[in-house]
Design a protein around this ligand. Structure first.
Ligand code: XLS
Ligand code: NI
Ligand code: NI
Length: 435
């Protein structure tokens, strides 16, 4: 293959001993782990925006990347698509994800923007057929353009709500046409900059209405994928309504959507919300709203959503443990919503970022699978709750005992519970055997 990445052959698995930087050490797509191939478990996806649309700017300086597809014509957009699929093939990733704004230049009107999006979808349709690379999810960018500066669904101007609704419709149509497995809504500006100009109760109802419209439309067009909300506490807004998984669950319940919408959880967003990633995954599986993950970390000292490729095996392993315990992904997958550092300007840097990320996830998955297969960890934690299997405990849980009845039993049997060790250090050491 000879294109943007030069003369390059697809990245192969060469095992942990290899010194070849353009090879996988741990990700062997066909290796069977807990009855499925690694590729089927992990369902890797490349994020179009960071890899192909981000220019390397930061608040103090402009772009650092020179890419032949930077420009606002459709010819640039088509070249970008060629390079994107060149990279998907080199990496052997089964999926990709995109926003409308990543793949086509903004039009002068809504209709022109949609026309351009549909043209790119025609191209993607062919490429999907030719390569077998599939769409993990599509989404609308409802945060970059100035019209969305005060929010999309939560904007005080109903025309912005309408424009956002129309844009979502166009993106759902394209996602459906391309066989997308999910449709994502991340509300970067669904929140506020200052409470001084904000009526929160109105904005909640507007967002609740928009999500209901999305779900109605999903059934109308027969989209079989999952609708996903992506929580984040802030950035770009000072405060975002989809703060974290628990907040999103409460919101979905309020608007009757807890059985319709699931979550796409991002590592860096979990950290910004003051949680660990595995906390967010465990909260989602506990509420039965787990959908998909954006596997990109922050720089843990900077306090920003720096969108770096994952490199921490224990962190990744604990997240996959909760995902596997929940039965693994269904329509979701592992999306790298990650970008290069702005000094990493070479084409090969894009490959190194993804290769390292895929290897980190593969190691994490294998560690989590080994932990589950070996079984002592789960047995220990299950045993901690073992007494709840008793008859009286089950009756209390099922609502068959009143407070008075419980009090009587405590008195009669002189119940006097003794503290038991939580064994945290023992468990930490046990986990360390696997990661
Ligand atoms: C931004 C989000 C965004 C979503 C898709 O922080 O992670 O990239 O994943 O809109
Ligand atoms: Ni993010
Ligand atoms: Ni994301």
């Amino acid at each position: 293959m000879n294109g943007f990445f030069g003369e390059q052959t697809p990245i192969r698995f060469e095992g942990p001993q290899t010194t070849n930087p353009l090879a996988f050490r741990y990700y062997d797509a066909e290796e069977i782990v807990l009855g499925k191939t690694m590729s089927e478990h992990l369902r890797f996806a490349v994020a179009y925006w960071h890899s192909f649309a981000w220019e390397g700017g930061d608040p103090f300086g402009g772009s650092t990347f020179e890419r032949p597809w930077f420009g606002d014509t459709m010819a640039h957009a088509e070249l970008k698509a060629d390079v994107a699929f060149e990279m998907f093939a080199l990496l052997g990733v089964p999926y990709f994800c995109f926003h409308d704004a990543d793949v086509r230049p903004e039009g002068e009107s809504y209709s022109q923007s949609v026309k351009r999006l549909n043209h790119m979808a025609d191209i993607f349709e062919k490429k999907i057929q030719q390569t077998g690379v599939k769409l993990l999810w599509g989404t609308a960018n409802l945060f970059s353009h100035a019209r969305f500066m005060a929010g999309a669904a939560t904007n005080p101007d109903p025309d912005v709500f309408a424009y956002a609704a129309a844009t979502i419709k166009a993106n759902m149509d394209v996602t459906h046409r391309l066989g997308g497995q999910n449709y994502v809504l991340w509300g970067g500006r669904e929140g506020y900059e200052t409470l001084l100009n904000t009526r929160m109760e109105r904005e909640f109802d507007q967002l609740g209405r928009m999500l209901n419209l999305v779900v109605d439309y999903k059934y109308k067009i027969g989209f079989k994928g999952t609708i996903l909300l992506e929580p984040k506490p802030q950035e770009p807004s000072k405060h975002q309504y989809d703060f974290d998984v628990a907040t999103v669950f409460g919101f979905l319940k309020k608007y009757g959507l807890e059985n319709e919408i699931k979550v796409n959880i991002e590592v860096g967003h979990a950290i910004l919300a003051g949680h660990t990633f595995e906390h967010e995954v465990a909260t989602a599986t506990a509420h039965d709203i787990f959908g998909s993950i954006d596997m990109n970390r922050n720089d843990y000292q900077s306090g920003w959503d720096t969108d770096q490729f994952p490199n921490n095996v224990p962190e990744v392993a604990l997240a996959y443990y909760h995902i596997l315990r929940n039965g693994g992904f269904t329509t979701g997958g592992t999306n790298f919503d990650a970008k290069l550092r702005r000094q990493s300007i070479d084409p090969a840097d894009l490959l190194h970022g993804h290769i390292g990320a895929m290897d980190t996830c593969a190691r994490g998955l294998k560690a989590a699978a080994a932990l589950i297969e070996e079984g002592s960890y789960d047995r220990f934690v299950d045993a901690r709750y073992g007494d709840w299997e008793g008859e009286e405990a089950q009756a209390m849980l099922a609502g068959k005992r009143s407070l008075e009845q419980i009090a009587q039993r405590v008195e009669k049997h002189k119940i006097n519970p003794q503290p038991r060790s939580g064994a945290q250090e023992y468990l930490e050491n046990m986990i360390n055997r696997f990661v």
